[in-house]
Design a binder for this molecule. Structure first.
Ligand SMILES: [Zn+2]
Length: 412
């Protein structure tokens, strides 16, 4: 085959993939829906819809439904998705834990496991994930159901197209790790990989507070601070490029040195560790608190505990959270002036004290952004962060809606 023929074939495949995904997406969102209605929404000929649904029906991923009531004349058969016939495994790699779940195609978690992450290199990471996925499947998957894909989210620098992690903040990698291919080979299903923050943005886009907006910035605050950006209804996935590094916007020119080499980055004053350190520091210089602050055992004091103390009226905890919120507001203001989003969504343990930080965030944003931008801006806490498997699940949703997962199921 010549290069041109190859290109032609690839283009045809892309086109098929996207129309197939589009038809699935319409059935998923509007179903039960007739073929005529699908054709209308997809701007495709009814004959094309018949052909495409003929490809989807044998997969069991959509089903025909009898029309409800007779309205006279010929009754159209409706199509709907059948979310419970297939299952997927969602894997979330955090700093210290591995969270896994078996989900159906509506995103409902049927069974889950939360285990400590003990891998200290690439080989150990692969074997721990394989072992845990195998265990989950051995216990919970039902014989009549089919596992169709696995999705993994993790922090760091990675390529969503190739499924390769090139940098992980917690696990030293000697060379880039083709984690998606490795896991896919073990379980013989496609494996999708996404960065934690950008996958959360994708989940907000499909299931959360970003559903009704086209321009949204999703910020996640934990041991680092990053942002996922949705522009014109598309989540910028990065594909191996770091984007949305809001944690490295300088908010305090005379601040502490950041691990990136600069001084006073947002992470140095508002990430979980920085907030914990600030409470310890102020308590050390005599400010009273109800929190148990012991500098030698840093693990004991957490962002969650600080939030709870603040909500219970602890003055020091409140003061430290307000300080952090002001810095976050400052970095967000820069982002708003650049992107003019309709919404900012914030996730992380910090949002447990939402009623304390929200007024500070809004006041800072109002002061430091263009008035017309602030007028249409809404600042919200993430409503899905707690349901922590929705971020990896969103990668599967994307692979269905865009087509590649449907295509690989057909090829099988
Ligand atoms: Zn930095």
């Amino acid at each position: 085959m010549t290069h041109k023929q190859q290109q032609q074939r690839q283009l045809t495949r892309y086109k098929q993939q996207s129309t197939l995904g589009l038809v699935y997406q319409i059935i998923d969102q509007l179903g039960p829906v007739s073929r005529i209605e699908i054709a209308d929404h997809a701007h495709l000929a009814p004959a094309s819809i018949t052909k495409l649904t003929r490809q989807l029906l044998p997969l069991g991923i959509i089903e025909e439904q009898e029309p409800q009531a007779s309205t006279g004349g010929r009754r159209a058969i409706n199509l709907a998705t059948s979310p419970s016939t297939h299952q997927i495994v969602a894997v979330r790699i955090d700093r210290t834990q591995l969270h896994l779940g078996l989900c159906d195609l509506s995103g409902q978690t049927l069974a889950s496991r939360l285990v400590d992450l003990h891998a200290s290199n690439a080989a150990e990471l692969l074997s721990q994930i394989s072992d845990e996925v195998s265990t989950l499947l051995a216990i919970h998957i039902r014989k009549e159901h089919h596992l169709i894909a696995i999705a993994i989210t993790c922090p760091g620098l990675l390529n969503t197209e190739t499924g390769v992690i090139s940098y992980s903040p917690h696990i030293p990698l000697e060379q880039p790790l083709a984690i998606a291919d490795e896991i896919s080979a073990v379980f013989n299903v496609p494996c999708y990989l996404g960065n934690s923050t950008r996958s959360l943005a994708l989940a907000e886009h499909y299931f959360g507070n970003a559903r009704d907006c086209r321009d949204v910035v999703v910020v996640r605050i934990d041991h680092g601070i990053g942002a996922g950006i949705i522009m014109d209804g598309e989540v910028l996935m990065g594909q191996g490029l770091n984007r949305g590094e809001i944690g490295h916007i300088q908010v305090n020119p005379l601040g502490e040195r950041c691990h990136c080499g600069n001084f006073g980055c947002l992470e140095t004053v508002a990430a979980d560790d920085a907030v914990v350190k600030r409470v310890q520091q102020l308590n050390g210089s005599g400010y009273p608190t109800h929190l148990t602050v012991n500098e030698s055992t840093t693990g004991e004091l957490t962002m969650s505990k600080i939030c709870q103390a603040a909500l219970n009226g602890d003055q020091l905890a409140q003061q430290v959270l307000r300080e952090a919120a002001e810095f976050i507001g400052k970095a967000l203001a820069t982002t708003v002036n650049l992107l003019n989003p309709q919404k900012i969504i914030i996730g992380g343990d910090l949002i447990q004290a939402w009623r304390i930080i929200e007024p500070v965030l809004n006041a800072t944003l109002q002061q430091q952004t263009l008035a017309t931008f602030y007028d249409r801006l809404q600042v919200r806490a993430s409503s899905i962060e707690q349901d922590s498997l929705l971020a990896p699940f969103a990668l599967i949703k994307r692979a269905l809606n865009k087509g590649p997962l449907l295509h690989s199921m057909i090829e099988k």
